[in-house]
Ligand binder design. Structure first.
Ligand code: BGC
Length: 418
């Protein structure tokens, strides 16, 4: 978050002069869940909030991955009028908390024993200086490949388990009339593919060195060059119309049998389910090529902004408590596609993809192969996230781009931010 000390003081003053105006029983929540599947999940939240006597004031900002939402949030905060709650993930939670704008929710967390209910790696991301400042709703897995099995039957091909398999089957899928990989050319979608390829090429330890520690040796390594070389080959998997397509429009291509696959987090499952598609029959969820023993995670969570009004504070407490309710998380994630953030067993999950996700999550946690998503701000802060997305998407968009130069550019840009 790029707020200086002077700005912080200014923000504190603005909060006093222009306190947020909201009706007492109304909670305004900023989020970026605007696709049809995401909307269905938001409806669950809205309904369950209303059962508690609270009114959901929707502040949805279009744009998958959330960067538009973050821009809008900053301008609301700068004008001294933050929403009661906002969807913020990973390192962003610490960045916002360090500005002194977030409300601690330890009272709810202590009363409802969040420490005992959440895996430690989840609760750690929700705390600032040991205090809870965010409530989670789920754990998403990003390294999923969504497959239309009929495309593979018709093309007479096996579903790819490695990137080499992927590049081999792509021409066959094209001959059979399918787009091999549905993609939308937004920078965050490019970055999402990149992190799965990086993981496949380097493994979990290398991924952490490069994306969490931003180690210059890892960032300039041969593995990094290999990753960009694979990204260059990726262009042959997309169709001509991919630029500016949203992630859910890309998912729709797989649902409609126009594309064979999509690499996307499990919010994509929400779109399949909403249209009555059955996992294991109409669509398959397979770990992204070469990443079956790893799990790239992303935790959706909400922070509460400091509000002077006592009734607003109570409404925020009720929201935080609802978000961590086990029944709510189950109902919500049935629509949203993730798994509850609460410590559960696989057989407590709703569908076969969620069961697999839970099994893989638990196993990766034991084996140390759980890695934070870079694209969704879990591995590093917003600026590194932005640089990775921009460099990778420019690389994909330029058919003449040189992998070695792109590696240097990325490493330099990340080092400059340090
Ligand atoms: C969020 C998901 C959301 C996806 C697409 C991710 O950053 O964590 O909850 O569904 O973006 O908008």
């Amino acid at each position: 978050m790029r707020f200086s000390l002077v700005n912080r003081t200014l923000l504190a003053i603005l909060f006093i002069i222009f306190p947020a105006v909201s009706l007492a029983n109304e909670v305004e929540v900023l989020h970026w869940w605007t696709s049809p599947g995401e909307n269905a999940a938001v409806n669950v939240l809205e309904r369950q909030l209303s059962d508690k006597g609270l009114k959901w004031k929707d502040f949805g900002v279009e744009g998958g991955g959330g960067s538009n939402a973050m821009t809008v949030l900053k301008s609301r905060v700068i004008s001294g009028n933050p929403p009661a709650a906002a969807q913020i993930r990973g390192k962003g939670i610490q960045e916002w908390a360090s500005l002194g704008l977030l409300r601690e929710i330890d009272d709810v967390a202590r009363k409802e024993q969040w420490d005992a209910k959440l895996p430690e790696m989840v609760s750690d991301t929700l705390k600032f200086q040991g205090h809870y400042v965010a409530a989670p709703v789920n754990i998403h897995r990003n390294n999923w490949l969504w497959v239309n099995p009929e495309a593979f039957r018709k093309a007479g091909q096996k579903i790819p388990e490695t990137w080499e398999d992927m590049f081999r089957v792509a021409p066959k899928l094209k001959e059979a009339g399918y787009i091999p990989l549905a993609y939308g050319g937004e920078p965050w979608q490019a970055s999402a593919i990149f992190e799965s390829v990086l993981l496949a090429k380097g493994g979990a330890e290398f991924y952490r060195q490069a994306m969490v520690d931003n180690d210059p040796a890892a960032l300039t390594s041969k593995t990094m060059i290999k990753t960009f070389k694979a990204m260059a080959r990726m262009r042959g998997l997309f169709d001509q119309n991919s630029s500016r397509r949203s992630w859910d429009q890309a998912t729709q291509l797989v649902i409609d049998g126009k594309a064979a696959m999509q690499l996307m987090g499990d919010w994509a499952k929400g779109e399949f389910l909403l249209q009555g598609k059955q996992p294991g029959i109409d669509f398959l969820c397979i770990p992204a090529p070469g990443t079956k023993d790893t799990f790239v995670y992303n935790i959706d969570s909400f922070v509460m902004f400091n509000m002077p009004d006592e009734q607003q504070k109570r409404a925020q407490q009720s929201l935080a408590s609802l978000l961590m309710n086990a029944d709510f998380q189950r109902a919500f994630n049935q629509k949203k596609g993730g798994i509850p953030a609460l410590d559960l067993r696989a057989d407590q999950e709703i569908d076969s993809c969620a069961q697999k996700s839970r099994r893989d999550f638990n196993r990766s946690m034991e084996q140390g192969t759980l890695v934070p998503s870079t694209t969704h701000g879990m591995a590093a802060g917003e600026r590194v996230q932005h640089v990775v997305s921009e460099v990778v998407s420019q690389f994909i968009n330029d058919p003449h781009a040189d992998p070695t130069k792109a590696v240097k550019q990325l490493s330099l840009a990340i080092q400059t931010l340090k």
